[in-house]
Design a protein around this ligand. Sequence first.
Ligand code: NAD
Length: 139
Amino acid sequence: MSLQSTGSNGGGLAKRRVIVTGSACGLGAAFVEVLAQEGAQVVIGGDVLHAEDQALADRLGANMHFEKLDFADPADIDSLVQKAAQKIGGIDSLINNAAITNSGGWLAGELSIETWDAVMNVNVRGHMAHEYRGAALSA
Ligand SMILES: NC(=O)c1ccc[n+]([C@@H]2O[C@H](COP(=O)([O-])OP(=O)(O)OC[C@H]3O[C@@H](n4cnc5c(N)ncnc54)[C@H](O)[C@@H]3O)[C@@H](O)[C@H]2O)c1
């Protein structure tokens, strides 16, 4: 996989300060791998898969930082953004990738209330909260 920046900051991903959520597996882990190869500073915002996330951070080196993150918990989101500010001085980009991905394929009425709430808290509220908190650091 390769990524190319076309932004107005001169291009390239080197030294970019990026948060990737849901980075323990799947697309999130692939994003982190490419960002690491390109020399970005990546804050890894993990989730319930702490061990997998930490193993990825350990393998990829010193520019990688692992922080605990449950996207359903607003306090975790605040904590992640604050730690990003402390460790790398701000944020250039957010890759809001974390999601509950095994809830599709059913009609809304077929989902339990617990599943509905969990999906909304992570996939909707979590994403919005992270974008607003993160935007404050990118100003
Ligand atoms: N794979 C596809 O074809 C596809 C297509 C369209 C959109 N997407 C989107 O891309 C993203 C990644 O997809 P994927 O296929 O890699 O999914 P995945 O299920 O493999 O990975 C999702 C990641 O989010 C994490 N996560 C789940 N709940 C969390 C929580 N409460 N807090 C923090 N992290 C949590 C998971 O542990 C996992 O690391 C998702 O947002 C998905 O909706 C994927």
